[in-house]
Design a protein around this ligand. Structure first.
Ligand code: GLN
Length: 245
């Protein structure tokens, strides 16, 4: 059995829960999701986190999520879960920000990062709430003959830079916050895969990185839980099953 937790401190955690449940319910017969037993739980305490094999960190407000995590004593256990135990974790939007080793346009003092992903993300890259948009994204599991994946961007971050060990030891750039105790050694072996970049859309430059993976950590700029499409949830759950084997 695989217990999948959803960090339920703030933001769109219920929507993720429904999507995960739907992805499991609609698994094709004989597929890894059909043959694996899952339990989906909301995570608000250290005990709940300890019982999870994998975790989703939802979108919402990264400052709020980190503040509540700090006050409830979850911040260090989350760092342990992601960076030491290396269990599968997927951060969407605010979740991606929290999982990054560095974030720019972040509030010093208002923003603690979990870290783990060796990238610097930029908060609110596309502007304010009214600049939200939807576009079709190329994703590895979407074949040419399948319907496109429609991605919702709401005050979304992007990955502005893949960090090197030298970046991680250099002084922190003005306006950037960094997760504590970066493990510089792990930079030597880490492989960051760009899973999707923004296509040319609605007057935006093409090429911004909006989905990345580094080992156990997956991060997306957009909100896949806000459309009826569960294909990304299904893909990630399958990755969790493969990692568990
Ligand atoms: N802009 C938000 C932040 O910085 C993220 C927005 C979202 O998760 N939709 O945390």
């Amino acid at each position: 059995k695989i217990t999948v937790g959803i960090l339920a401190l703030q933001g769109a955690f219920m929507e993720h829960k429904f999507h995960l449940q739907k992805a499991i319910r609609h698994a094709s017969p004989g597929s890894p999701l059909d043959t694996t037993k899952f339990e989906i739980i909301e995570v608000r305490t250290q005990e709940q986190l300890a019982s999870a094999d994998a975790l989703v960190i939802p979108g919402g407000e990264s400052t709020a999520i980190s503040l509540i995590a700090e006050r409830t004593g979850l911040l260090e256990p989350l760092r342990q879960f992601v960076r030491v135990d290396r269990k599968p974790v997927w951060g969407t939007c605010a979740g991606l920000i929290l999982l990054s080793d560095e974030a720019s346009r972040a509030k010093k003092g208002g923003q603690e990062l979990i870290g783990g992903l060796h990238v610097r993300c930029q908060r609110n890259h596309f502007g304010r709430q009214t600049e939200s948009f939807v576009c079709n994204l190329p994703l590895p599991f979407v074949g040419d003959d399948e319907p496109p994946f429609s991605a919702v961007f709401i005050r979304a971050p992007i990955v502005e830079k893949v960090l090197t060990g030298a970046d991680a030891t250099a002084d922190v750039t003005e306006g950037v916050v960094r997760a504590p105790n970066l493990d510089v050694d792990s930079y030597k072996h880490a492989q960051i895969e760009v899973i999707s970049s923004l296509p040319r859309t609605q007057g935006k430059e093409a090429g911004d990185i909006v989905a990345v993976r580094q080992g156990n950590i997956f991060g997306t700029s957009f909100h896949p839980e806000l459309t009826p499409d569960v294909r990304l949830h299904r893909w990630w759950l399958q990755e969790c099953v493969l990692r568990k084997k």
